[in-house]
Design a protein around this ligand. Structure first.
Ligand SMILES: Nc1ncnc2c1ncn2[C@@H]1O[C@H](COP(=O)(O)OP(=O)(O)OP(=O)(O)O)[C@@H](O)[C@H]1O
Ligand SMILES: [Mg+2]
Length: 234
């Protein structure tokens, strides 16, 4: 599904990612973990085409998309749900969802995904005509994920989906990521909640100061002493 090879990206010439390589097979959940400021979000933004590359290549479904503009990557099935949700607070829940769907011309698919959103999160259905800004933090996160799904992704990238979400809803978020995978969508997940992320991930990558320093199956990383000490407080 995705092959990222030796990518580099910077902000005003200050490198944020220096050497990141990763790959995702179709249908996998893959987690990127690492401490604050190590380049996790920048990696996702670079893959989405929001940050320019200084070097390296990104292949999606066998095609080199390194120079393809961000909106075109969405059309090709690569969708990012960014950090901090980025909803339109004054638009209704349903309007926010429909904005996610404007890239697809397939009305039946749009309707089906809308139904999935309302079935999975009944609160979104109940409040479909309410302003998105009136939802709780966790509910807004669910809305942001569903808006991403409305773009009919093959690969969905989620940046900190459990951030700012009450513990009760965190479980829902992680269950939903597994449901999304069951729908045949590949998931690249960045999470502060390293334990939960590695639990549901097939594989994971550890990023430190802009480089991949470790990779392995979710279970292997969970059992790894360095990972346990650095990220799990054990
Ligand atoms: N818009 C920006 N302008 C300048 N520097 C930035 C910008 N965004 C990120 N950086 C810098 O790039 C580096 C990587 O940041 P990034 O946001 O990718 O880290 P992260 O791993 O996602 O961190 P966090 O866990 O805090 O979300 C950091 O040094 C950060 O300060
Ligand atoms: Mg981040």
């Amino acid at each position: 599904m995705l092959h990222v090879r030796n990518i580099q990206s910077s902000y005003r010439r200050v490198p944020a990612i220096r050497d990141v390589s990763l790959s995702l097979n179709r249908g996998e959940i893959v987690a990127i973990v690492g401490g604050n400021g190590n380049g996790k979000s920048t990696t996702l933004r670079a893959v989405a085409g929001l940050n320019a590359l200084d070097g390296g290549t990104i292949m999606l479904k066998g095609q080199d998309i390194s120079a393809v503009p961000a909106h075109e990557r969405v059309k090709r099935g690569l969708v990012l749900v960014p950090e901090g949700r980025r909803l339109f607070p004054r638009l209704t829940v349903e309007q926010n969802l429909m904005l996610g769907g404007f890239t697809t011309s397939d009305a039946a698919k749009r309707e089906q995904t809308l139904q999935f959103a309302y079935d999975t999160f009944t609160v979104l259905g109940e409040r479909r005509r309410q302003q998105a800004g009136t939802l709780s933090g966790g509910e807004q996160q669910m809305l942001a994920m569903c808006r991403g799904l409305m773009s009919q992704p093959d690969l969905l990238m989620l940046d900190e989906p459990s951030w700012g979400v009450a513990p009760k809803l965190v479980t829902r978020i992680f269950e939903t990521i597994q449901l999304i995978r069951q729908r045949g969508i590949t998931v690249l997940l960045v999470e502060q909640n390293v334990h939960r992320a590695l639990e549901i991930a097939d594989r994971g990558y550890v990023i430190q100061t802009g480089r991949v320093v470790m990779e392995g199956s979710g279970q292997d990383l969970l059992g790894n002493d360095e990972v346990r000490q650095a990220y799990l407080g054990m």
